[in-house]
Design a protein around this ligand. Structure first.
Ligand code: ZN
Length: 321
């Protein structure tokens, strides 16, 4: 059973496109039991494409009044998919696709948090304060390579209040797409395990989106998890978009480093399916079984089970009410 930290199937569907990676008809054969389904309000300028990722300008803010109706549409798209909604760790089972409702960027949350509980009642169980653009709560990390993740200021007062409110409700707070100052602010405020749903090791790939060993140790110390991102540009040492020359072994290399720094209890998957360009040989759900096989050649069954689903389930149980 695989539980995954990030996919953008909902955005694909909202854009009227067919999924490239999360073809739900492949889920059973791939052992895909779901995971985080992102509701992400896209930035208005068209995506320059993965190969130009590092030359993209820092995205402009999207005001609440513009973002909220789009997020409602994304939520309806999620509701139209044949997936179950997760409210407890026990909701995940083999042979069923279960979705953690995840806001990637909190633009659809009012800066006074007045609609947060309504989102919780609708099933929201995970929230990233920012995507890679500033908002009322924090400043995201721009896509830069090579670059430290320390690119700007941390959380605003509203951002700190949002973290506390998520702790109170039992909503997981996601650190992926946050800059380093924001990361340490969340670490100081939050009383829940620290989680980066789809980020990699900065020691291997020096992208602004990846996590330094110091950040990884803070996640470990909190009992949290990092979901390894399968995106070519966040895997490769050279940061280049070369999908044909990037392999499952590049993913395993990040897993190994994360395990070295944090231990086996803190590493999981965070594919970025349908949100990024992936290695050609791992182009969607059908690539999961070969990846799991590659891990089996290095880790025992218990360790593999923690990476594929056990660690996510532990964090859900520790975070959700
Ligand atoms: Zn993302």
């Amino acid at each position: 059973m695989v539980i995954d930290g990030h996919n953008d199937l909902v955005l694909k569907r909202w854009q009227g496109e067919e999924p490239e990676h999360v073809r739900l008809e492949d889920a059973a054969a791939a052992g895909f039991a779901g995971g985080f389904f992102a509701l992400h309000v896209p930035s208005p300028h068209p995506d320059a494409g993965e190969h130009d990722l590092w030359s993209q300008p820092f995205a402009d803010p999207i005001p609440f009044a513009e973002a909220a109706p789009v997020a409602d549409e994304l939520y309806d798209v999620l509701g139209s998919l044949p997936v179950r909604r997760a409210a407890a760790a026990a909701d995940f089972e083999d042979g069923v696709v279960t979705a953690v409702v995840h806001l990637e960027g909190a633009e659809a949350i009012a800066p006074d948090l007045s609609n947060l509980e309504r989102w919780y009642e609708r099933g929201l169980r995970s929230l990233g304060l920012v995507w890679s653009r500033p908002n009322a709560f924090a400043e995201g990390v721009p896509f830069r390579f090579p670059s430290s993740p320390d690119t700007g200021p941390g959380l605003t007062g509203a951002g700190r209040a949002l973290v506390r409110a998520c702790n109170r409700l039992g909503v997981l707070v996601d650190l992926s797409h946050l800059n380093e100052a924001g990361f340490w602010d969340v670490a100081a405020v939050s009383d829940a395990p620290l989680v980066a749903t789809h980020s990699n090791a900065h020691a291997i790939c020096a992208a602004s989106r990846n996590l330094t060993d110091r950040q990884l140790r803070a996640i470990r110390d909190s009992g949290g998890v990092v979901g390894v991102n399968f995106a070519v540009t966040f895997l490769r040492e050279d940061g280049r978009f070369l999908p044909d020359e990037t392999t499952v072994e590049d993913i395993v290399r990040h897993v190994d480093h994360l395990v070295d720094v944090m231990g086996i209890d803190h590493v999981a998957f965070g594919s970025d399916f349908d949100g990024a360009g992936l290695p050609t040989e791992l182009d969607g759900l059908r690539g999961l079984p070969p990846l799991v096989e590659a891990l089996r050649s290095r880790y025992d069954d218990d360790a593999v089970a923690k990476i594929t689903h056990g660690n996510w389930l532990r964090v859900f149980a520790a975070t959700w009410r």
